[in-house]
Design a protein around this ligand. Structure first.
Ligand SMILES: *[C@@H]1O[C@H](CO)[C@@H](O)[C@H](O)[C@H]1NC(C)=O
Ligand SMILES: *[C@@H]1O[C@H](CO)[C@@H](O)[C@H](O)[C@H]1NC(C)=O
Ligand SMILES: *[C@@H]1O[C@H](CO)[C@@H](O)[C@H](O)[C@H]1NC(C)=O
Ligand SMILES: *[C@@H]1O[C@H](CO)[C@@H](O)[C@H](O)[C@H]1NC(C)=O
Ligand SMILES: *[C@@H]1O[C@H](CO)[C@@H](O)[C@H](O)[C@H]1NC(C)=O
Ligand SMILES: *[C@@H]1O[C@H](CO)[C@@H](O)[C@H](O)[C@H]1NC(C)=O
Ligand SMILES: *[C@@H]1O[C@H](CO)[C@@H](O)[C@H](O)[C@H]1NC(C)=O
Ligand SMILES: *[C@@H]1O[C@H](CO)[C@@H](O)[C@H](O)[C@H]1NC(C)=O
Length: 318
């Protein structure tokens, strides 16, 4: 017998072989604790006496005078194993092939939370979502996707980790919630992408739902003063975007005692006493918005007299 590492060296420093042994399948993907098997076919120069299958687990069988070697494992109990099939060729040289074996284990648990944050979010601020994937192997085949409701937000940055044993990894994504869609939930999904030799339906594990309540930052808007002529039909629009729909309250100039609770305030035929500051207060349980309209009123008559003066000047000139 040879030491396993001797084979590794031999297999790595492989020289031109007339006929390399071939594994079927060429790559093996097996779930931890499941059974597995593979066959090595040895071609023409490989006679029964000099061909071997070197394994660290399971059993081997020779068939067809040693040109066919079987490897069988009842229970895959290792994370890393790599059978080598070889035959002696010319003096002390050997021809060999190595079977790539991927042993996988779906994660025990996938969970999502905010990094250093609890409670509602505020629009426009940056938060970090973290998706914790526990005890998964091999982590290099793992892809993690973040979602908000049904919308995919994007994958987490991929990892360059060749660890074969199960590990727990945290994946992150930065988010900047907007004032729209104020209620929803975030979640993440961990998928093992094991290639065509892997299971037809890749192992997928979803996290719990993480509530995403987005508060709007309270803000005040002050519009520049606007001048309107008397008898103009004034319309002030304070419509705010929000879910749930905001409710509205207005405070009006002292001379105007009307109570308004709609988003658009209309005053037909504006008069001097309507001049002043109109403050609209829009709110829902998630945010507050204050909008100030500064209304100046000037006489339509001034304008007319101005025109009349123009007419008079024209008359003089002619
Ligand atoms: C095995 O080898 C013997 C002797 O060399 C030969 O007679 C026999 O046909 C071979 N069997 C197979 C399955 O190749
Ligand atoms: C999160 O909080 C921990 C402990 O309070 C702190 O050590 C760490 O730097 C914080 N991380 C970030 C990204 O703010
Ligand atoms: C992964 O890491 C290895 C060694 O640390 C490095 O050689 C390789 O270039 C890295 N690959 C990627 C895609 O970052
Ligand atoms: C998360 O919420 C969605 C939609 O409300 C629901 O379909 C899904 O089952 C929930 N997931 C979990 C893990 O509760
Ligand atoms: C908005 O205005 C109200 C009343 O005028 C004031 O109490 C509040 O602090 C202001 N908020 C901001 C964000 O400026
Ligand atoms: C009021 O403003 C909102 C938002 O800017 C706009 O969608 C709506 O059409 C406006 N309504 C009127 C009557 O101008
Ligand atoms: C607005 O005021 C009217 C009359 O005062 C009232 O019937 C209505 O319920 C109020 N609407 C809201 C949303 O407060
Ligand atoms: C909105 O304003 C009210 C009264 O000023 C306050 O109690 C409430 O907490 C504010 N809501 C938000 C979401 O900022």
């Amino acid at each position: 017998a040879y030491l396993e590492h001797t084979f590794i060296v031999l297999c790595l420093t492989d020289y031109e072989c007339p006929d390399k042994p071939v594994f079927h399948p060429s790559r093996l993907v097996v779930r931890r604790d499941d059974p597995a098997d593979a066959t090595c076919l040895c071609k023409s120069p490989c006679d029964g006496e000099s061909s071997h299958l070197e394994v660290s687990l399971g059993q081997t069988f020779k068939q067809e005078n040693g040109t066919k070697l079987l490897w069988k494992v009842d229970k895959m109990t290792r994370w890393e194993t790599s059978p080598i099939c070889f035959y002696d060729h010319e003096d002390l040289k050997q021809c060999c092939s190595r079977l790539a074996v991927t042993v996988y284990q779906p994660p025990d648990l996938v969970s999502i939370n905010y990094l250093n944050h609890t409670g509602p979010l505020t629009e426009g601020h940056v938060y970090t979502l973290q998706c914790t994937v526990e005890n998964v192997a091999p982590v290099g085949s793992l892809s993690v996707m973040f979602y908000r409701g049904q919308e995919a937000l994007g994958p987490s940055q991929s990892r360059n980790n060749s660890e074969k044993k199960p590990v727990t990894e945290i994946f992150t994504l930065n988010i900047k919630p907007t004032g729209e869609d104020q209620e929803g939930h975030y979640w993440c999904e961990a998928k093992l992408e094991l290639g065509p030799e892997g299971p037809q339906i890749p192992p997928v594990e979803k996290s719990q739902n993480l509530t995403a309540t987005v508060h709007c930052e309270s803000h005040n808007e002050t519009n520049t003063p606007q001048t309107f002529e008397t008898s103009y039909n004034l319309e002030l629009n304070c419509t705010a975007v929000g879910n749930p729909s905001p409710s509205y309250a207005w405070t009006l100039p002292p001379a105007n005692p009307l109570l308004f609770n709609a988003s658009i305030l209309t005053i037909n035929s504006i008069a001097f006493e309507d001049e002043g500051k109109y403050t609209c207060f829009a709110s829902n349980k998630l945010g507050n918005l204050t909008v100030v309209f500064d209304v100046d009123v000037k006489s339509k008559f001034n304008l007319l007299s101005h025109l009349q003066m123009d007419e008079k000047l024209k008359e003089k000139a002619t």
